[in-house]
Design a protein around this ligand. Structure first.
Ligand code: URA
Length: 195
């Protein structure tokens, strides 16, 4: 079996195991759907957002609303598509009123599921989108202004973290949109370098 099929099966199994349980507290809200990651199982670049919104909940796919359209536009300008990367969220169910998940709402189960997705994909680069997903990778409190656009190598893994702004913020701020564009350009470039 080739690597694509192997990883694809592992991802399907992972999502299947988690489809009926509540890896985050928002999963207990009745009409919510689980929105798992999507993209290429062989992606060398992975994007991690916060949580699904109303459009994502309805279509059961990550980043398909306005924020996702901005990502698609940037990818298109850079000559690739969402099928070439992997896109997921920390929290797999839509929080009420699209609220930002609080640290205590990101349960150990949600973190474990994300960790398992990362272990299967084994990307070269992870581009976190916004402060919530970026903070997850740090033990101490961070400010986006200090880490955005930086390439951060964690000793324990070969994966490079490149934090950027959340596209929802970039939609309201032209400078942030330029930064997001440049960060994705750089993240994509370094994800193609063999590690
Ligand atoms: N915002 C996120 O963080 N994730 C999505 O999937 C959509 C919007």
């Amino acid at each position: 079996m080739n690597n694509y099929d192997k990883k694809n099966i592992q991802l399907r199994q992972l999502y299947n195991i988690n489809k009926d349980c509540n890896p985050c507290i928002f999963g207990k809200i009745e009409h919510n759907h689980k929105v798992f990651g999507e993209g290429s199982p062989l992606a060398t670049l992975m994007f991690i957002g916060e949580a699904p919104g109303a459009d994502e909940d309805r279509l059961k796919r990550p980043f398909v609303g306005r924020s996702g359209k901005l990502l698609d536009k940037i990818f298109h300008h850079l000559g690739f598509s969402r099928n070439d990367v992997y896109i997921t969220n920390i929290v797999k169910c839509r929080p009420p009123n699209n609220k930002t998940p609080l640290p205590e709402e990101i349960t150990p189960e949600a973190k474990k599921l994300l960790k398992d997705e990362i272990s299967i994909i084994r990307p070269h680069v992870i581009c976190t989108l916004g402060a919530v997903s970026t903070q997850l990778f740090f033990k101490h409190p961070i400010k986006m202004s200090q880490v955005r656009g930086q390439q951060i190598q964690f000793e324990a893994s070969k994966i490079i973290l490149l934090p950027s702004f959340h596209p929802a913020y970039a939609l309201r701020n032209k400078d942030a949109e330029k930064d997001l564009f440049n960060d994705i350009l750089e993240a994509h470039r370094i994800s193609k370098i063999d590690n």
